[in-house]
Write a protein that binds this ligand. Structure first.
Ligand SMILES: *[C@@H]1O[C@H](CO)[C@@H](O)[C@H](O)[C@H]1NC(C)=O
Ligand SMILES: CC(=O)N[C@H]1CO[C@H](CO)[C@@H](O)[C@@H]1O
Length: 194
């Protein structure tokens, strides 16, 4: 009897776990480090509401925005410091688990874009590791991947930040994001959050 129960129970638990994993809403945030509207999305919406939504959301953070790769490096909407901040976040994310850990770093960084060392410290990252990523070419590779992701999955982007739900850009949703209604768009995809 025990044998029978456990042989049924394991596949069942596995199925339940798989089901809840599949049910998460994929939320991809395309933003740039010094953009005031991007900073507002983090400090005003994503960060204060994260503990409420984290169980329902599979978060991808893509710090690139309206930047472009050029032979000498990158050009960014708000100048070289923004390019540095974008790459810095890409490097930090490569050392942090997606979800809460990456978001915590982004919340610190977007609230204090020039306070690199205290955000590293709070996330337990070694400054030397991030510096190595920034200077070894790895940071550039990560930003080139972010560029392809941004250009394939947003219309340009037309506006920064752009948020894509379940991997499909929707103009109506994006207009609401521009009106700071992230939580109400999310509720369209996850009724338990309405
Ligand atoms: C975009 O979202 C709106 C509002 O929820 C919906 O009516 C529309 O069908 C969506 N468009 C596409 C192409 O999925
Ligand atoms: C739906 C919801 O709980 N939204 C909250 C998100 O965070 C902001 C800022 O703290 C609150 O004002 C909202 O009520």
């Amino acid at each position: 009897m025990l044998r029978y129960t456990s042989s049924l129970l394991f596949p069942l638990l596995f199925l339940l776990a798989a089901r809840s994993a599949i049910a998460k809403v994929a939320v991809s945030v395309y933003y740039e480090s010094l953009c005031p509207d991007s900073r507002d999305l983090f400090t005003g919406e994503l960060c204060p509401n994260w503990s409420k939504i984290s169980d329902y959301v599979h978060l991808k953070l893509v710090p690139f925005g309206k930047a472009s790769s050029v032979p000498s490096g990158f050009e960014c909407q708000h100048g070289p410091k923004e390019c540095y901040g974008n790459m810095f976040q890409s490097c930090a994310f490569s050392m942090l688990q997606p979800g809460t850990k990456q978001l915590n770093f982004a919340c610190c960084f977007m609230a204090n874009p020039y306070d690199y060392s205290s955000c590293l410290r709070r996330s337990g990252l070694a400054a030397s590791e991030v510096r190595r990523c920034m200077t070894s070419g790895e940071g550039r590779e990560l930003q080139l991947i972010a560029e392809v992701d941004t250009k394939h999955n947003t219309p340009g982007p037309r506006y920064v930040p752009t948020v894509v739900f379940n991997k499909k850009y929707n103009e109506t949703d994006q207009r609401k994001i521009e009106e700071s209604k992230f939580m109400s768009v999310l509720c369209k995809y996850e009724k338990r959050l309405c």
